[in-house]
Design a protein around this ligand. Structure first.
Ligand SMILES: [Zn+2]
Length: 262
């Protein structure tokens, strides 16, 4: 049902969300977990009702346009997967955390746009040890998208969290704020994902670049819940923004089985 190789404008994205809602209303629920500055809904998909749970998010950065579409396809795959599996497992997916940023990058001509509707980088807005003030008045948790994800984490208490970004075909696992044992576990999971996807595991020193403001989604989840949280970067490092629709299929084939990681 979900076609690759075409540009998904925001209206196409919404159409696909609605199609999934109608088609798979038996084994899947969709809940709005927040509203953006520009009044767009942030949708959460819940598939299954089991005790083992994983959460995915994507579209945190506006210009990273193909992961949200891939997430919709993964949701479709999951809804068609055998029902017994979903008695024991639950998958949470927030395909597009930052719809305002998506619209800004895709439809308003700001192709390099990463921030939300008022230009704040959501992935530097979480209250973690690494968070740094970047300008006068800068505050962690100031944005509705950040609040929505924090509330989601708190309410659903998922066992593991993966945030999908682009570019680099890399996996970030290391947390300087966490102990050795935590990082050993993280590396083990990163190894499994690497084997599955062919992506490289980023060296610990690359957790944050010089001058980086910290406060990522995964930093927060790691510190708050002491459970695994990784960033997976799809698409090759030299791909240009906005990402080309032809990248959708390859990236999908690389990450499509991560939800079945054991
Ligand atoms: Zn990103």
């Amino acid at each position: 049902m979900i076609e690759f190789g075409k540009i998904y404008k925001y209206s196409d994205y919404i159409c696909t969300v609605n199609m999934l809602k109608d088609k798979y209303n038996k084994n899947m629920r969709v809940i709005n977990i927040g509203k953006t500055w520009e009044n767009r809904d942030i949708a959460l998909f819940i598939i299954g009702r089991g005790n083992n749970s994983v959460a995915f998010s994507s579209g945190v950065h506006g210009r990273e346009s193909i992961n949200p579409v891939i997430m919709l396809k993964i949701i479709e795959d999951c809804c068609s997967y055998r029902e017994e599996y979903w008695r024991e497992n639950t998958l949470y997916v927030i395909p597009l955390l930052n719809p305002d940023g998506y619209v800004t990058a895709m439809e308003r001509g700001y192709r390099m746009w990463k921030g939300n509707g008022r230009g704040v980088d959501i992935n530097r807005n979480f209250p973690s040890v690494t968070w740094k003030k970047k300008f006068i008045g800068d505050k962690a948790l100031s944005e509705p998208e950040t609040m929505a994800l924090v509330r989601f984490f708190n309410q659903y208490k998922t066992d593991m969290y993966i945030d999908f970004h682009s570019r680099g075909k890399e996996i970030y696992y290391y947390r300087s704020a966490m102990d050795e044992e935590y990082n050993r576990k993280q590396l083990k999971i990163a190894g499994k994902i690497s084997k599955l996807t062919g992506y490289t595991i980023a060296e610990p020193f690359r957790e944050m670049e010089t001058g980086d403001g910290g406060g990522n989604t995964v930093h927060y989840f790691s510190e708050m819940y002491k459970k695994p949280a990784l960033t997976v970067e799809t698409v090759s490092g030299d791909a240009e923004f906005p990402l080309e629709p032809y990248e959708q299929k390859d990236a999908y084939n690389e990450i499509k089985d991560i939800w079945r990681l054991d």
